[in-house]
Ligand binder design. Structure first.
Ligand code: SAM
Length: 303
């Protein structure tokens, strides 16, 4: 089936990554291949594009491509690039985080409008724990932390308590079951609240935040000097990780103990931040592709 995913901030990604003929590029989140194809076209002739995609169904849907795609989580980037013998030679890396429009249609509960779908939320089907497993088996304390830390929900204990009561009678199995719990807990099932609940479950199931943190470090190692990394995030938790990591890499403040009379660390910036503020989709893009509304793009250049 052809992809329905429209690449977000496509022109801006190309501008910031500045792909040149003959370059080696990595797309860490191949999805429907939209960004990858744009980058591929610009690194020809003689360019190479390597990809990561953890969803086997996305890779099948992609069909034949000129890219080499690893069916793994991008958290393996360092090891896989070592095996491909491209570490230190990569001129551009893109991470377009989150899920694709195609994944909303794969029957795994990614859309809270698909009421009868199982509450799965795995991007990588080889993971053993689904969202339903987490909600049915997690302690109430764990659920409170999950909704607080990953969903930034107010009064997360209300939802955790309703879930704990609900599962005494029957397991939470479908999208409709979780919506009913949200309704009981907050007397609303507005899209805003559901989006936070779904975000929390998705982050937990796919371990999204810690893999991002690890992968940013790997990306810096894999890049060649002058190489660029661009990251598109879709919620504030991801954006904060990227923003803080970029700030730390570009920071030149001395880290020596204050009692030392002379600086020994000679700290130097590792990157130049190319986006002082995050790049947001134009009003036109937001209208044409509502999914782009929460996107933020940040980029750096390795020194
Ligand atoms: C927003 S979509 C990318 C869309 C793509 N840029 C395009 O133009 O079609 C994110 C894709 O990355 C994949 N993905 C998300 N996190 C990943 C990770 N940690 N490792 C590998 N793939 C990941 C998802 O399965 C999904 O297919």
């Amino acid at each position: 089936m052809p992809t329905e995913h429209v690449p977000v901030l496509a022109r801006e990604v190309v501008e910031l990554l500045s792909p040149q003929p003959g370059a080696i590029f990595i797309d860490g989140t191949i999805g429907g291949g939209g960004h990858a194809r744009l980058l591929w076209d610009r690194i020809q002739p003689n360019g190479h594009l390597y990809g990561f995609e953890q969803d086997s169904e996305a890779i099948t849907a992609l069909g034949p491509t000129p890219f080499i795609v690893s069916q793994t989580n991008f958290v393996t980037m360092q090891a896989v690039c070592d095996a491909w013998e491209i570490t230190g030679r990569v001129q551009g890396i893109l991470l377009d985080l989150g899920y694709s429009s195609d994944q909303l249609k794969r029957g795994r509960g990614f859309s809270f409008r698909a009421l009868s779908e199982p509450l799965d939320l795995r991007m990588d089907l080889s993971r053993t724990t689904t969202a339903a497993d987490l909600l049915n088996e997690g302690t109430t304390h764990m659920l409170v932390e999950l909704f607080r830390n990953y969903g930034e929900l107010r009064q997360p204990q209300r939802l955790a308590r309703v879930i704990a009561d609900w599962r005494l009678d029957h397991p939470i199995a479908t999208v409709a079951d979780l919506i009913e719990c949200v309704q009981q807990a907050y007397h609303t099932s507005s899209s805003d609240v559901l989006a936070k609940v779904w975000q929390a479950c998705r982050i937990a199931v796919n371990d999204e935040l810690s893999t991002l943190q690890t992968t940013l470090a790997a990306a810096l190692t894999v890049l060649s000097p002058g190489g660029r990394l661009a990251v598109i995030t879709f919620h504030s938790l991801e954006d904060r990780i990227v923003k803080q990591q970029f700030a730390q890499w570009s920071d030149t403040r001395c880290t020596c103990p204050p009692e030392w009379p002379i600086c020994q660390c000679q700290r130097q910036a590792q990157v130049i931040v190319l986006t002082k503020h995050p790049v947001l989709p134009s009003t036109e893009e937001q209208t044409n592709n509502p999914r782009s509304r929460s996107a933020k793009l940040r980029a750096i250049k390795k020194i």
